[in-house]
Design a binder for this molecule. Structure first.
Ligand code: ATP
Ligand code: MG
Length: 567
């Protein structure tokens, strides 16, 4: 393609509201343009990259036995009412009316539509298992659309759904999808981890998120420094074996601690370290009030709390609640004599402590010499977030943290939708059963941004060959010089004939502008036709490592092919 004929509106300045590299570079290089908050157009170069990712996804899905289809973005509310999600999805679901005042949603995901279709078309075990997928635009009215393509309100997703007559069959499809995802992200060049994730309210057991490692990721991954264990930090169980303190128990004492509220303030005031104090937070767990006690330097993991009570909503209680129920505000709560309607649970680490401090349920007072085994009753469980340095849950190595961008998600749904939407089939004995389902998503446009986060330098993007918008960037430094123009034209034709994807910068721009744009675009191999065009010699440079060499025109094709084969 000739660059003079393309729309590539580069920007010299970093756009003001773009805080991360992928957002800045994709805008600056003219790959994308913002239309509204969280809504982007893919311009020609951006569309090329998007398509490369889509093609990899498509190939791997087809290989995994899934068949492609396309469902509408516009979805009638009736379907969402059947699953109940019309009422539970919240404001992220974009809702609208047609001219007859009928309600619609713009699809945030397609479980309802696909379940409706399969329910109407499949009724026998003979047609199962079945896996269907699409690559399609999703709409979510995100609270904070940001980071360009990473969190949009309109974005491209690959979503797949599988239908089964047994959990074994679901497990098989899940494993196949997991493999396909690993292949996809490997082929995209991403450094990623598949991490164990929370299955949330869906009641599913297995679920993995695929995380591209990146400082700008919103998720924290807890991984082992010695095995391939990796989990979303919310999910990692703490398996530390705590040692019982052998200090002799001292007498419980109530001490005035005026205006000392945070763990740090109280610890300093009482002259001990933060881990010698107990932290007590009151949560509202569905309709119940629960006081959660941890060691002062540990953090309550509300997902573990939610699982412990099998609850649907867990939130911090208000200070008004603690005053009414416990008789004290946030800074002075503790497990000794809690309010009569308050249940006390404590993290495993608490049990083995001796002579620690805690709030006295009276504003401005704390107890010292608290001994959990002697002074209060609690249900003990794993309730804290894992920390760096804790033993890995698989028994191998220690936990370390990394940040990740969630690029994909595989999930066993079970019968959540099929039960609600009456998607059933007849089994071998003629009995009717709900179908068992799985769902599998990839953020295709988010993946493009994640790749840029991992592939860039100070001058621009450095695309892996298989994702780059073009394989070769051909630059004629001075289009007014007949020799240069002629040789560049000749190479362009030759490369195109050989099936190489070439972008030909045939613009009448200064050499400096061409080089800067070329670095910005990040096309893996650059061929520059310049001063030595008369001798038939050009310069070939690799974008990612800066390696360059002079090559005679007769050898260009060989050099290019060698490079492409080596990547
Ligand atoms: P997140 O926790 O990032 O909001 P999610 O759990 O809502 O993600 P899913 O519903 O599992 O995401 O959607 C499948 C995939 O779609 C995600 O793994 C992610 O890659 C992508 N995705 C989700 N929301 C967005 C968004 N707002 N913009 C771009 N991609 C998204
Ligand atoms: Mg989300």
């Amino acid at each position: 393609m000739k660059q003079s004929q393309m729309l590539i509106p580069t920007l010299r300045e970093v756009p003001a509201d773009a805080d991360i590299k992928s957002h800045q570079l994709l805008l600056r290089a003219g790959f994308i343009r913002q239309v509204a908050s969280g809504v982007y157009s893919f311009l020609p170069l951006g569309k090329k990259v998007l398509k490369k990712v889509e093609d990899i996804v498509r190939e791997e899905m087809d290989k995994a036995g899934a068949s492609e289809m396309l469902m509408p973005a516009l979805q009638p509310s009736e379907l969402w009412k059947e699953s109940g999600r019309w009422y539970t999805y919240g404001p992220e679901l974009m809702r609208m009316h047609d001219r007859h005042e009928r309600e619609f949603a713009l699809g945030a995901t397609h479980e309802e539509v696909i379940t409706g279709i399969v329910r109407d078309t499949v009724n026998s075990y003979k047609k199962l298992p079945l896996t269907l997928y699409q690559i399609q635009t999703k709409f979510r009215d995100e609270k904070r659309p940001r980071f360009g393509l990473l969190r949009g309100r309109e974005f491209v997703m690959k979503d797949a759904y599988s239908f089964h007559d047994s959990f074994d069959s679901l497990d098989e499809a899940y494993d196949r999808m997991y493999e396909a995802y690993a292949n996809i992200f490997r082929r995209c060049g991403l450094d990623f981890r598949a991490v164990i994730a929370d299955s949330g309210a869906m009641g599913g057991k297995d679920t993995h998120e695929f995380m591209a490692l990146s400082e700008v990721g919103e998720d924290t991954i807890a991984y082992s420094d010695q095995s391939n264990y990796a989990a979303n930090v919310e999910m990692a169980p703490v398996v530390t074996e705590y040692a019982q303190s052998t200090e002799p128990m001292k007498e419980l004492e109530k001490i005035e601690t005026p205006n000392q509220k945070t763990m740090e303030e109280v610890a300093q005031y009482l002259g001990h370290s933060v881990d010698q104090g107990l932290k007590a937070l009151m949560f509202k767990v569905d309709d119940k009030f629960v006081l959660v006690v941890t060691r002062g330097n540990h953090e309550v993991n509300d997902i573990k709390l939610k699982h412990l009570f099998d609850a649907s909503v867990v939130e911090l209680a208000t200070e008004e609640d603690t005053k009414t129920l416990m008789g004290a505000g946030f800074g002075s709560l503790g497990p000794i004599n809690p309010g009569k309607d308050v249940e006390v649970v404590a993290d495993n680490a608490v049990k083995y402590l001796r002579n620690v401090s805690c709030g006295a349920n009276e504003d401005g007072y704390h107890y010292i010499n608290v001994n959990p085994e002697r002074d209060f009753e609690a249900t003990y469980a794993d309730l804290r977030f894992i920390q760096e340095g804790d033993p890995s849950p698989d028994g191998q190595g220690k936990i370390q943290f990394a940040r990740g961008i969630e690029v994909g998600h595989v999930f066993k749904l079970g019968k959540f939708y099929s039960d609600k939407m009456d998607a059933s089939y007849l089994d071998q004995n003629g009995r009717s059963n709900s179908m068992i389902m799985g769902c599998y998503g990839i953020g295709v446009s988010r993946t493009v941004a994640a790749i840029v986060e991992q592939y860039h330098d100070d001058n621009g993007m450095t695309w892996p060959v298989q994702i780059a918008p073009y394989q070769v960037h051909l630059l004629a430094l001075n289009m007014k010089n007949e020799e240069q123009k002629q040789l560049a034209d000749e190479l362009y034709t030759q490369l195109q004939k050989a099936g190489v994807e070439v972008l030909y910068d045939d613009r009448k721009e200064r050499a400096g502008v061409k080089f800067a744009d070329s670095d910005l675009f990040g096309i893996p191999l650059r061929i520059t036709v310049g001063k030595r065009a008369g001798e038939g010699v050009v310069e070939v440079k690799e974008r990612s490592n800066g390696n360059q060499q002079e090559v005679e025109k007769e050898e260009i094709l060989q050099v290019v092919n060698q490079f492409l084969a080596s990547e």
